[in-house]
Design a protein around this ligand. Structure first.
Ligand SMILES: Cc1ncc(C[n+]2csc(CCOP(=O)(O)OP(=O)(O)O)c2C)c(N)n1
Length: 709
C-alpha cells in the first residue's frame, strides 16, 4: 500500500492520511495533541505545582495516545463522553485550549468551572464534536450518566425521529479500578440489556493509586472476566502502539456507531507518573517502572511517523518546540488571568431566571421563555368533581404531562406492565408505549444515573424509586446531580423529577418501607423537595416540578395514597402550585403548628382536641420552604410547634426552629416545641409505631404544654 508522504507538513494539520499503515488517522494531529498534553503535564509538575499555582495535579502521560485516538474518532455533534480526572488529552481533542486547561487547574476565571472544581474535573459543551459530560470526582460515577445519554440517542432517533442523532454514541472512560464500582456494573447491565450505543473505554494501567488490578477483579483482567456477558463485544489490547491501538479504537467506535450494541475496549497503558503529583510510586517495583518507561507511547508515535515518512526527525523536533511554545504562552496568559470574583461563588446552585444552562433539560432547545411560559398555570383549584385519591391524582397528572411533552419518560422498577407497586403508573405503558414508560433493572444507582444522562441529553426523566429507603444506593448520583449546575458554573444541569413513596403505611410501619427522610435530601445541594398532604396539592406541585428546571424530589406519602385524608376534587389540567408557598390549612390566633405531608392531618386532629385557637401551616415544599409565612404566623400567635415524621436529630424541624429563634425570638411567648419521630427506625407493630411517631394525642399534649408556659 502506498504511503502518503506529507509534501507540506505545515499545511497538513487537518489532513487525514489514508493508508493501511496509518489507519485513516491524522497522525500529525495526534502528535501535536500528545505533545501539547505532555507540555501541560510538565508545566504543571515543574512550574505550577512548585509555585503553588496548582494544588490538585494529575498527569495523563501514558494514557494520552489512546485517549487522543478515541477523541478524534468521536466528532459526531451528538456524541457524548463521560470522563474521569485523567482524561484531559481527550478533552483537548474536543477543543479545550491549553490556556483553558491551565486556567482550570489554577482555579482561575475562564477555566471550565470558574474556579469551583479541580481543574482536571472537566465539562465541555459540544464545540462541534462530542459533549464532554460533567466529570465527577467519584470514581465510577461516570458510567451510568453516559448510559442515559446512550438511551436518549435511541429515544431521539427511534421515537422522536430526529435524524441529527443518527449514528451518535456515548462513551465512558475509566481506569481498571473503576471497573469494581457499583456504577460500572449498573451501567453494564443497562447498556447490554438495552443494546445501547455505548463504549466502555477502559484504560488499565495496572493500579488504582497503589492498589494492583488483581484486587479489583479476579486475575486482574475485567475483559477476560466479562467474556461470557451477553450483548457485549469485548476487545483487548495495547493502548500504546500507534498502528494496533488506532485500529482497535476505530473498530470499536465503528461497531458502536453502526448499531451493533455496546463494546468494552480494554487497553493496557502505563501510568508514567504518580497517581497525582504527591504520589511517589514507592509501591511499584523498579523493573515495573522500567517496563512502563519502555512502553511510553510518545517515542513510539515519533518513530512510527518517521518510519512512515509522515514527518522527518527535524520536523518532529519542530513540532515539539511548537507545542512547548504554545503551552508556555498559554501558561503566561493563565498566570495573568483574574481569580473568579467571590461575589458569584453562590450563583448557580439552582436555576436563576436569565441564566439558563447551555446543556441539559428542555431550555437549551426550547428556549428559556417558552419553558417559563409553561409555568404560568392557574393557582386556583377547580372545586367541582368527585374527590380523588392522591395516587390517582398523580397518575392523571403524569398522563396529562406525558401527552403534552414528548420528551418526558416515566420509568422505574415495576413501573411498566404492572403499573408500579403503588399503582401510580397503571395503564400508562399501554397508552404511551414501552419507549416512554418502562421497567428498569433493579439498580437505583442505575435509575438515577441514567436519568442524569437523559436529562443532559434534553429529555425529561421522571424516575420512580419504589420506597424512600431504596434510594440509598443512588446517593452518589443524587448528590452529583444536585451540584452539577454549580460545579459547571451554570453550563450543565440535569433537571428531573424523582417520585418516591415515603412514610408509614396506613396500617403498619417497618424500617424499610416507611422512611420519610426528607432532611437528608434537604441537606443536599441543588435539589428541590415537594411533600404534598393532599391530592390537589400533589397535582399542582407535580405539574410545577415537571415543567421546572431543577432536579426535584416529589414525595408521595404512603398513608395518603388512597385514604380519605388525602382525597380532593381534581383541581384541573392547568392547576399549578408554586414551590416555596405554604398553605394555611387552618387559621388560628393562639399557636402555630408548622408541618407537611401526613402529619398535617394529625396536626388538624390535634387542633380539634384542644380549646386553643391553632393555626396550621402546611409547608408543601421543604426546599424551598416558606420562611416568610412561618415568621408571619409566629409573629401573630407568638407560639410555635414544628411537627414532622422524619426523625428528630437534624430533622428539618431543627432548621425551622433555629430560623424562628434567629428572626422572631422577641415575638415568642414560649419555647418552640419540636415533635418528630424518636431517633429509632419505624417499627412494624402498629402499637410500637404509634409510640415513636407524632400522633394527634402527642401533638395535642404539646399544644397544651406550650399554651401553659
Ligand atoms: C468513590 C470514590 N472512591 C475513592 C476515591 C479515591 N480515589 C481516587 S482515584 C482512585 C483510584 C482509581 O484508579 P483507576 O480507576 O484505576 O484509575 P487511574 O487513576 O489508575 O487512572 C481512588 C481510590 C474516589 N475518588 N472516589
Amino acid at each position: 500500500m502506498a504511503k502518503n508522504k506529507t509534501a507540506n507538513p505545515e499545511k497538513e494539520m487537518n489532513n487525514t492520511i489514508a493508508s493501511a499503515e496509518t489507519g485513516g488517522v491524522n497522525w500529525r494531529r495526534v502528535a501535536r495533541l500528545m505533545l501539547v498534553s505532555r507540555a501541560l503535564d510538565r508545566t504543571e509538575e515543574q512550574r505550577l505545582v512548585p509555585g503553588g499555582f496548582v494544588t490538585y495535579q494529575f498527569s495523563s502521560r501514558g494514557h494520552d495516545l489512546a485517549q487522543i485516538l478515541l477523541g478524534l474518532a468521536m466528532q459526531h455533534p451528538r456524541d457524548a463522553a463521560a470522563l474521569y480526572y485523567r482524561s484531559r488529552p481527550f478533552v483537548l481533542t474536543q477543543g479545550l485550549t491549553p490556556e483553558e486547561a491551565l486556567r482550570s487547574t489554577m482555579g482561575r476565571s475562564g477555566g471550565v468551572s470558574e474556579g469551583r472544581d479541580i481543574g482536571v474535573v472537566h465539562n465541555l459543551p459540544s464545540r462541534g464534536g462530542a459533549t464532554v459530560l460533567p466529570t465527577s470526582g467519584d470514581v465510577g460515577a461516570q458510567y451510568t450518566p453516559a448510559s442515559g445519554w446512550a438511551q436518549a440517542i435511541r429515544y431521539r432517533t427511534e421515537v422522536l425521529r430526529q435524524n441529527e442523532w443518527n449514528g451518535a454514541i456515548a462513551a465512558a472512560l475509566g481506569g481498571d479500578g473503576s471497573c469494581a464500582t457499583n456504577g460500572f456494573w449498573a451501567a453494564l447491565n443497562i447498556v447490554t440489556t438495552g443494546k445501547l450505543p455505548f463504549l466502555f473505554f477502559i484504560e488499565d494501567n495496572g493500579y488504582g493509586i497503589s492498589v494492583p488490578s488483581r484486587f479489583q477483579t479476579p486475575g486482574a483482567s475485567i475483559a477476560e472476566n466479562l467474556a461470557s456477558f451477553k450483548n457485549l463485544h469485548i476487545v483487548s489490547g495495547s493502548g500504546t502502539e500507534p498502528v494496533t491501538t488506532s485500529a482497535l479504537i476505530n473498530d470499536a467506535v465503528a461497531r458502536v456507531r453502526s448499531g451493533e450494541g455496546p463494546v468494552l475496549l480494554h487497553l493496557n497503558v502505563p501510568r508514567l507518573s504518580g497517581h497525582s503529583f504527591v504520589d511517589t510510586q514507592a509501591y511499584k517495583p523498579a523493573d515495573l517502572l522500567e517496563r512502563e518507561r519502555a512502553d511510553d507511547p510518545l517515542p513510539k508515535v515519533r518513530d512510527f511517523m518517521i518510519a512512515q515518512q509522515i514527518l522527518t526527525a527535524e520536523e518532529w523536533t519542530a513540532l515539539e518546540a511548537e507545542a512547548d511554545a504554545e503551552v508556555e504562552a498559554a501558561a503566561e496568559r493563565a498566570l495573568a488571568a483574574a481569580h473568579p470574583d467571590p461575589v458569584h461563588t453562590r450563583d448557580n446552585v439552582f436555576y436563576e431566571a436569565g441564566s439558563p444552562q447551555r446543556v441539559g433539560g428542555t431550555m437549551p432547545e426550547i428556549g428559556e421563555e417558552a419553558v417559563a411560559a409553561t409555568l404560568r398555570g392557574s393557582h386556583e383549584p377547580k372545586q367541582s368533581g368527585p374527590r380523588m385519591n392522591l395516587v390517582d391524582a398523580v397518575r392523571q397528572t403524569l398522563n396529562e404531562e406525558l401527552a403534552r411533552n414528548d420528551r418526558m419518560l416515566v420509568f422505574g422498577e415495576d413501573v411498566g406492565l404492572k403499573g408500579g407497586v403503588h399503582g401510580a403508573t397503571i395503564d400508562m405503558q399501554s397508552r404511551f408505549g414501552e419507549a416512554r414508560v418502562f421497567d428498569t433493572s433493579l439498580s437505583e444507582e442505575g435509575i438515577i444515573g441514567r436519568s442524569v444522562g437523559m436529562a443532559m441529553a434534553g429529555l425529561v426523566p421522571v424516575p420512580e424509586i419504589q420506597f424512600r429507603k431504596y434510594a440509598d444506593p443512588a446517593h452518589e448520583q443524587i448528590n452529583d446531580c444536585g451540584t452539577m449546575r454549580w460545579r459547571t458554573a451554570g453550563t450543565f444541569a440535569a433537571p428531573m423529577v424523582v417520585r418516591i413513596p415515603v412514610g408509614f403505611g396506613k396500617k403498619t410501619g417497618d424500617p424499610w418501607h416507611s422512611v420519610s427522610g426528607e432532611a437528608i435530601y434537604a441537606h443536599l445541594i441543588g435539589w428541590r423537595i415537594a411533600y404534598p398532604s393532599n391530592a390537589a396539592d400533589a397535582v399542582g406541585l407535580l405539574r410545577t416540578a415537571l415543567r421546572g428546571n431543577d432536579p426535584t424530589f416529589f414525595f408521595e406519602h404512603r398513608g395518603l395514597l388512597d385514604t380519605k385524608e388525602g382525597r380532593r376534587p381534581y383541581p384541573g389540567e392547568d392547576f399549578m402550585v408554586p414551590f416555596g408557598v405554604a398553605n394555611v390549612v387552618k387559621e388560628g390566633t393562639d399557636i402555630t403548628i408548622v408541618t407537611w405531608g401526613e402529619t398535617v392531618h394529625r396536626a388538624l386532629d390535634a387542633a380539634s382536641m384542644t380549646s386553643a385557637s391553632v393555626e396550621v401551616l402546611d409547608l408543601r415544599t421543604v426546599v424551598p420552604w416558606d420562611r416568610e409565612a412561618v415568621l408571619r404566623s409566629v409573629r401573630k400567635t407568638n407560639r410555635c410547634i414544628v411537627v414532622h415524621e422524619d426523625n428528630w436529630t437534624c430533622g428539618f424541624g431543627a432548621e425551622i426552629a433555629a430560623t424562628i429563634t434567629q428572626d422572631a425570638f422577641t415575638w415568642l411567648d414560649a419555647p418552640i416545641e419540636r415533635l418528630a419521630t424518636a431517633d429509632c427506625p419505624i417499627p412494624y407493630n402498629p402499637g410500637l409505631m404509634e409510640s415513636v411517631v407524632p400522633t394527634a394525642g402527642s401533638i395535642a399534649a404539646s399544644i397544651e404544654k406550650t399554651m401553659r408556659f
